[in-house]
Ligand binder design. Sequence first.
Ligand code: ADP
Ligand code: ADP
Length: 227
Amino acid sequence: MIEFQHVSKRYGRATPALHDITLSVARGELIFLAGPSGAGKSTLLKLIAAVERPSAGSLTVNGQDLGQLKPAGLPFLRRNLGLVLQQQRLLPDRSVLANVMLPLMVTGAASGEAEKRARAALDKVGLLDKATAAPLTLSGGEQQRAAIARAIVNRPQIILADEPTANLDRDSANLVLDALKTFHAAGVTCLISTHDEQFLDCANRVIYLRQGQIVESWRKETAATVT
Ligand code: ADP
Ligand code: ADP
């Protein structure tokens, strides 16, 4: 479903953020991207979402070669991706519900239908009782779960979450992870970056990045190292 072939990414003249990444992600996997800050985790997720472009190598997502992707193809790619990026905060001037409805409204859904689906998505992350609340009155963990509801309301096949548990206490972090695991259990492919090793227990595949390279990778089923 996601195929990296010798992908590198260089920002300007600096040392590459990612170097020679070859990686294959099958439908339905739950993958944690681990590694220290600066290792290239966000960059890897941004390449999949075509927020950034590879400097070298080839990257295919859902059969689409991102090197060949025209600007007109972007909305089609993104429709199948649920993004939970660190920079994307909820809009403070409208309710949690309106925030979650937004991705449906921009694709032209009727507002009644959008509201019904947004409520269903909030229910899935345990936040239906906060639907009418203003985002800034929510705790950090609740805001993250609302962001997850917004990311999945379009029923994407892939969820990309960048450090979704950063700055959360353990209980809130567990709720956020439970929400992601619910979607994984429903068949959604999930890639989650974290530098928080305490959450790696529940992964069925972990990929460690360091200085832009995959230094270790394992799957739970086999417990074998498959670097
Ligand atoms: P991580 O998510 O593991 O913390 P990043 O992918 O954010 O790692 O960063 C990898 C490297 O790329 C770092 O050295 C970072 O400074 C650099 N980098 C990331 N984004 C940019 C950017 N937009 N411009 C320049 N350098 C960047
Ligand atoms: P509904 O069919 O009314 O949308 P569901 O209980 O089937 O209600 O889904 C609740 C929410 O969870 C929906 O908003 C949907 O976006 C999301 N969802 C459910 N299943 C999936 C899935 N397989 N992939 C992505 N999102 C899903």
